[in-house]
Every structure is written in C-alpha cells, then in structure tokens.
Design a protein around this ligand. Structure first.
Ligand SMILES: [Zn+2]
Length: 171
C-alpha cells in the first residue's frame, strides 16, 4: 500500500514539474525580447515610466496600451512620401513606402514588412473579434493589426497606426 502511495506521489510530483516547466516555457515565448545580435538590444526595453518620458500621450496609449488612433486623423494614412517607416518606439525600420497602398480604411496600410523578423504577430481576441496584432519585435510596441484582404503579391494588409511609425524620406 505504501509503495503504491509513494509511486502515486512521485507521478503527481513529476506531472507538477512538467506543468511548471511548460508554463515557464510559454511565459518565455510570449515575452517580447529583443532579437539576438540586434544593436538596439536592451535599450529598447523600458519601464512604463521611461516610456512615458519618451512618447507623447497618444503614442503611449497606442504603443504601450494597444490603443488605436481615430481613422483619417493620423499623419500617414493619406501620405505618399518615398522612404522607410521606423518604429516610433525604438527606431527599427519596419515598412517601406514601396509596399504602402491606399486601403481606404483611414490608417496607413502596407502589404508587407521589410523583414518578417522585425515584427511579432499575436492573436488578439479583444472586442469579440479574432484579429492578428502586429508588434515591434525589438521593443514590443503595438503597431496595429494585419488582415488577409490585402493586394498582391502577399495578400496581406498591415493596418498600422500613424503614431506607431515615423517616416524617414530617402536621401
Ligand atoms: Zn520598436
């Protein structure tokens, strides 16, 4: 009887360790860490207070609290300069004006990112919808959402808040 108890106890113990282990792994995966070899590195990781010092109130709301700017109000929905769009949180290049198109939705829209590794895509179930959130892979800032109703060649529509990006014209 005792042996069975000990055996049973050991199994529970091993299961608990497994559960805990998996849980830690999931946690590690969902944390937005800077990519190795990225020069921005730890500088891009800031406390909420530090973010408040470097961002405007609107930027903080969108980038750090996953807010959305009102459509047709941002800087770039109706803008067609030639150049790159950097993350407003950390300066990493995220989008190229070559992939920008007029989606008619009131937010700047792109059919691709400069590099898939520069963004993190995450399921977003808020507001009773299933959407895919787009985050900066370097600093974890919220950029917008991506939908699969974009134009060729990717069919993707990265619907991005103007306040989340900063345009830099080609020289
Ligand atoms: Zn960033």
């Amino acid at each position: 009887m005792n042996r069975i108890r000990i055996l049973f106890g050991s199994i529970i113990f091993i299961m608990a360790i497994n559960l805990f282990g998996n849980y830690s792994m999931i946690n590690a995966q969902t944390q937005t860490k800077p990519k190795k070899g990225n020069k921005m590195g730890n500088d891009a990781i800031k406390s909420n207070d530090d973010w408040k010092k470097v961002l405007t109130e609107e930027q903080y709301h969108v980038l750090r609290e996953k807010g959305t700017e009102k459509p047709f109000t941002g800087k770039y929905w109706n803008f067609s300069g030639t150049g790159k769009y950097n993350c407003a949180g950390c300066g990493v290049i995220l989008f190229d004006s070559k992939t920008k198109f007029d989606a008619g939705c009131g937010w700047p829209s792109f059919y691709d990112v400069v590099d898939n590794k520069k963004v993190i895509l995450k399921d977003d179930l808020s507001f009773g919808m299933h959407r895919i959130e787009v985050l900066c892979a370097n600093c974890g800032s919220h950029l917008g959402h991506v939908f699969d109703d974009g134009p060729k060649p990717t069919g993707q529509r990265y619907c991005i808040n103007s306040v989340s990006i900063s345009f830099e014209g080609d020289k």
